[in-house]
Ligand binder design. Structure first.
Ligand code: DX5
Ligand code: ZN
Length: 223
């Protein structure tokens, strides 16, 4: 089993306490900062953008985990700041397979780690089309676009099925990142099912309470 990594969803962070929150994540050796980017078309919402990523990279050494919930990502990727150590996810549902593969190739060419994201109603077998081009899969456990939702039923079984698919394809080192309603009760179940990167938002670490303590609590639960 791959070691657990935690990626707090910065769309859930109190904007008036961003520096304090990032200091807490640096102190607790948080592996990534999850940046939700939305275009109002692929998902009916807007969120964080190119300037936010650029400023974040200038202000912290924590790698970025950029989640592009945008149509035709290959046309916008060059506007973002990312490189070695960062992760960038594009959605299977966002463009043709050929263009999504081009987007993944571009991410890799910038030295970052390409991930394919799939929505809750996309069959996990879809990943087979991208398996050679990615370092992992972002498996959505809610429908993308909004924080504070409930996990879609059947998500745990999907994580297990995806882990088997990757392992049977010889991709034991490929990551499974889960995103949506990763709370203190569900995170250990997701871990047991086969996930190794956890996007945490209002459901847990970026909810109420001290962020460093919340992070350490989540770390203990994930083992
Ligand atoms: C939803 C976002 C998630 C979300 C996680 O589209 O991708 O990152 O912010 O927040 P919670 O934990 O509230 O589901
Ligand atoms: Zn996300």
């Amino acid at each position: 089993m791959l070691p657990a990594a935690i990626s707090p969803s910065m769309m859930c962070a109190d904007i008036f306490k961003t520096r304090e929150i990032i200091d807490a994540f640096e102190k607790t050796e948080t592996e990534y900062l999850h940046i939700d980017v939305m275009d109002g078309s692929f998902v009916p919402n807007f969120c964080l953008g190119t300037d936010y990523c650029r400023r974040l990279k200038a202000g912290t050494s924590i790698p970025l985990d950029i989640h592009l919930m945008v149509r035709e990502p290959v046309k916008t990727l060059d506007k973002f700041t990312f490189g070695s150590g960062d992760m960038v996810s594009v959605h299977h549902e966002s463009d043709s397979k050929e263009n999504v593969l081009k987007a993944l190739e571009f991410i890799r060419s910038k030295g970052a780690s390409p991930f394919i994201a799939i929505n809750p109603d996309t069959p996990v077998e879809t990943v087979n089309d991208y398996i050679a081009a990615v370092d992992g899969v972002l498996l959505m456990t809610v429908y993308p676009g909004f924080a504070g939702q409930q996990m879609v039923p059947g998500s745990l079984e999907r994580i297990t099925a995806l882990r088997s698919l990757l392992d049977e394809s010889g991709r034991q080192s490929a990551h499974i990142e889960v995103d949506g309603n990763v709370n203190y009760e569900k995170a250990p179940l997701m871990r047991k099912a086969g996930a190794d990167i956890f996007v945490v938002g209002t459901s847990s670490v970026l909810g109420e309470g001290d962020k460093a303590e919340n992070m350490l609590k989540m770390r203990r639960l994930l083992g």
